[in-house]
Design a protein around this ligand. Structure first.
Ligand SMILES: Cc1ncc(COP(=O)(O)O)c(C=O)c1O
Length: 344
């Protein structure tokens, strides 16, 4: 198998404009840094609480669901691994609308389960009929989707959950940059699992913390399939502090959304085609269709974006929305590409 290919992670002292792995351009809040500073030796000497209950209670207060509806993980990738182990048997079938987050197919391979892809409908709409006809045991739906940034309405997701007999996992890694969420649907649909991460909206990609929300009996089964101590004590304290500090983060999300709008408009004026995004990144089609050359041309100027050499994506680049001056550097870099012809 080829495995998952993570985005480039240059060392902290390399001077690049890093718009390639959808991190938040802001740092975590002071409350988070204080929670980390408050960790004492005794907390580190002992094993952590196996179910990260401090986080579950903090998240429960913010999300309006009971703590036993929450499962914490070492990043949402850990949650996705746990879900795959729990709900897909070897020989089973996972189906996703493609293109989407490329880890899903890797997880299916590791579980020796078949991976079936169904093409997105027109304008990245939910391919409802094809998904229902696919004989899947589980469907994973990134919403907003990566790398397109497009969004499927909770009404459509509810319809899919109602008509599908298997497990529907909705990966809400980017939901805090979107206009809506499928979270309220978990109370009505026992086959629905929502996954979230602290990596993007909560500025904590380096911490590794994510969580799932589902009905208590579903979470109960997922707990059986996780590593005993899958979250460390520092991450539990920091993630609990982050989710308890919504005022700080909401302001950052608004900034990112405004910049997303500005960059989308400016790129469109330069002749690029930009998909309407509800995430902290945009997928933009290069006017001459040469995605790899645009990616390499920007890289030569010290600007990192993400290029996927996959069907439907090779004429595009995915750009994380950064701080205003980083976005300006990107736009200048793109203008420079068109002024100096790109190398073949
Ligand atoms: C759709 C989607 N889900 C999950 C993840 C993983 O996030 P985490 O950092 O929590 O493992 C990513 C990261 O890029 C993602 O794009």
């Amino acid at each position: 198998m080829s495995g998952y290919t993570p985005g480039e992670q240059p060392s902290a002292d390399e001077r690049v404009v890093k718009l390639n792995t959808n991190e938040n351009p802001f740092g975590p809040s002071d409350r988070v840094m204080q929670a980390i500073a408050n960790i004492d030796k005794e907390t580190l000497r002992r094993y952590p609480n196996p179910t990260a209950d401090v986080f579950r209670h903090a998240a429960s207060r913010q999300l309006g669901v009971s703590p036993d509806m929450i499962l914490a993980g070492n990043g949402s990738d850990d949650i996705l691994t746990i879900a795959t182990r729990t709900f897909l048997a070897p020989g089973g079938k996972l189906v996703c609308p493609e293109p989407t987050y490329s880890l899903y197919t890797v997880l299916a391979q590791l579980q020796e389960t078949t991976y079936g892809s169904v093409a997105w409908g027109e304008d990245w709409s939910l391919p409802m009929d094809a998904l229902l006809a696919s004989k899947a045991d589980a469907i994973y739906l990134a919403n907003p989707n990566a790398p397109s940034g497009t969004f499927v309405s909770p009404t459509k997701v509810a319809e899919l959950a109602r008509n599908f007999g298997g497990l529907l996992l909705v990966d809400e890694a980017y939901v805090d940059f979107a206009e809506d969420t499928c979270l309220p649907l978990v109370k009505e649909h026992a086959n629905l699992v929502i996954t979230r991460t602290m990596s993007k909206a909560y500025c904590l990609a380096g911490l590794r913390f994510g969580y799932a929300v589902a009905q208590p009996q579903v979470i109960h089964e997922m707990i059986k399939a996780k590593d005993s101590y899958n979250c460390d004590a520092i991450a539990i304290a920091a993630a609990a502090a982050a989710i308890s500090d919504p005022a700080y983060y909401k302001e950052k999300w608004e900034y990112v959304k405004l910049e997303r709008q500005r960059v989308s408009v400016e790129l469109t004026q330069l002749g690029w085609t930009v998909l309407p995004s509800q995430a902290n990144f945009i997928l933009a089609a290069v006017p001459d269709g040469r995605g790899r050359e645009a990616y390499l041309g920007l890289k030569r100027q010290g600007i990192l974006v993400r290029y996927f050499d996959r069907p439907g994506l090779s004429d595009k680049i995915r750009i994380t929305i950064g701080l205003s001056h980083q976005n300006n550097a990107l736009l200048a870099g793109i203008k420079a590409l068109t002024e100096t012809p790109m190398a073949a």
